[in-house]
Design a protein around this ligand. Structure first.
Ligand code: ZN
Length: 497
């Protein structure tokens, strides 16, 4: 370890410890904390968060960073310094008072959004959204550089090097290729899936989902699985990764695919090398790469026929009354059914990115100041009609469905769509090296997991998203793989020539 880096270590260790504590509170809040704990626990969280902020913005840290020359130390140290410098540049670009005022706004805005959603009344949320947009525009201007201005600055917070210029091309392709495909599918006879919506005992679902997580590689000696309203993954290091799922008695597939999705995230976190875990590099390379790993497991693997060949019998054994008359092929068709619907989080694999596209286009308008907040619900509904062929019944299941804008997370949504495209590109490359179908049919997921571990998981955030994609696939980002994958799969499923 270089001498300068050694001076930095106590600050980094403290930052890591405080981040771990904060993540533990988040986990607890979503899973076990009693309803009335909120306000008092928030006080503790506030103190810890402030301490964490002071730790990295300490003038001593700044001095050390300035002393650190670009080529000094090992590669790992350089990567850590680069990451800290960037995050400090972003943090310090915003004046303290504005940051505090914004934090207050975020908390009020989320409450207003909840109320608006509950009462189906966009006008309750609109004034807060206006302020959120104003702040984000201001923050974007503080963070802008010669190469990066406006919405691009916000996008960069979640996915570096994927600005509007790249995303416009990506979404245009999706629009051109996927909307006509969806329209053809909507003219075909619909796939029968009512058997997935009978009564499935929760206890038995739990047993199956635990088996499933382990089957695809979630290590229960280094992880925990619990329940929460919205499934998520969190981790404090590679030996403690937590996932949640949510069970519905009348929806068998919901928990199954949440479990596979979150396990995909978790296997990534559990696979990060020891030398990176508990450092600032002990996380995913980017939001998009993280999502690529969960969506890969959920869709490319978990919804394939081959995946279910060795394990469908076990599911039928648990639920004989519900599934004994349902063949493997019927089951696989049902879990891949395409249905344009209002809610993004319940969307199928094909329509999912169209939901994201609506949000991306609206965010662009908001940050560019090209739309009045009052017009947004109408625009939302028009875009749903144009892209998905449906008009949301009301704003609760329309523009008010997602929490993101109320939290101020502008620029986040596109990383979800990118994750799907990254997954398809990695999948195409994997298929050249591994006979995925054959391995899955034999119940050998290890071969697939090892490919991901070797190319993606082990590095954590040591490598950047584009680097990982290029080194894994020997190619720059190419959204065509995603489109080809979807077209092939869904044309076959719906018998479209
Ligand atoms: Zn995810």
């Amino acid at each position: 370890m270089s001498q300068i880096f050694e001076q930095l270590m106590p600050y980094l260790e403290k930052h890591m410890a405080l981040q771990t504590a904060l993540a533990l509170f988040d986990w607890d809040d979503a899973t076990l904390a009693p309803k009335e704990a909120g306000e008092q626990t928030a006080k503790v969280i506030g103190i810890l968060a402030e301490e964490d902020f002071l730790c990295l913005t300490n003038p001593e840290v700044k001095k050390i960073l300035e002393k650190f020359e670009a080529k000094e130390g090992e590669e790992k140290e350089q990567a850590i310094i680069r990451k800290i410098k960037k995050s400090l540049r972003k943090t310090e670009a915003i004046p303290k008072e504005e940051k505090r005022a914004y934090a207050e706004l975020q908390s009020k805005s989320q409450k207003a959004w909840q109320k608006a959603k509950k009462e189906n009344d966009f006008s309750i949320f609109a004034p807060y959204l206006k302020e959120i947009i104003a702040y984000n525009k201001k923050f974007a201007s503080y963070g802008s550089t010669k190469e990066q201005t406006g919405y691009d600055v916000l996008l960069d917070n979640y996915e570096e090097t994927f600005p509007v210029e790249v995303l416009d091309i990506f979404f245009d392709k999706l629009k051109k290729e996927l909307i006509p495909l969806l329209q053809k599918i909507q003219k075909q006879p619909q796939i029968e899936d009512s058997f997935l919506h009978q009564k499935y005992e929760i206890e038995k679902q739990k047993e199956f989902n635990r088996f499933l997580a382990e089957y695809i590689g979630f290590n229960f000696n280094r992880g925990v699985m619990a329940e929460s309203e919205h499934p998520f993954t969190t981790s404090w290091h590679n030996h403690d990764v937590r996932i949640t799922t949510h069970y519905y008695e009348e929806n068998l597939a919901s928990a199954i695919f949440s479990t596979i999705h979150e396990s995909g995230h978790a296997i990534y976190e559990q696979g990060i090398e020891d030398q990176y875990t508990q450092t600032i590099l002990g996380e995913g390379a980017s939001c998009g790469i993280h999502e690529s790993q969960s969506r890969f497991m959920e869709n490319m693997i978990g919804r394939s026929r081959a995946f279910w060949v060795p394990i469908y019998g076990k599911l039928v054994e648990l639920f004989p009354k519900q599934l004994k008359e349902v063949s493997l092929d019927q089951f696989v068709a049902a879990i891949n059914r395409v249905q344009a619907d209002e809610i993004r989080t319940e969307a199928d694999e094909l329509t999912y990115c169209l939901h994201i596209m609506v949000r991306y286009e609206l965010e662009k308008l908001m940050i560019n100041g090209e739309v009045e907040v009052e017009e947004l619900p109408r625009l939302w509904n028009e875009k749903y009609q144009e892209y998905l062929g449906i008009t949301p019944e009301n704003d609760t299941v329309g523009i008010l469905q997602d929490v993101h804008w109320s939290m101020g997370s502008m620029g986040y949504f596109p990383s979800y769509a990118l994750g799907n495209a990254f997954a398809a590109q990695i999948y195409a490359k994997m298929q050249k090296e591994i006979n995925v179908e054959e391995e899955l049919s034999k119940g050998n997921i290890k071969a697939i997991r090892e490919f991901l571990h070797q190319h993606v998981h082990q590095y954590g955030a040591f490598k950047e998203a584009r680097e990982i994609l290029k080194e894994t696939t020997k190619e720059e980002f190419n959204p065509d793989y995603f489109i080809i994958y979807l077209k092939e799969k869904y044309k076959k499923l719906y018998g479209i020539s």
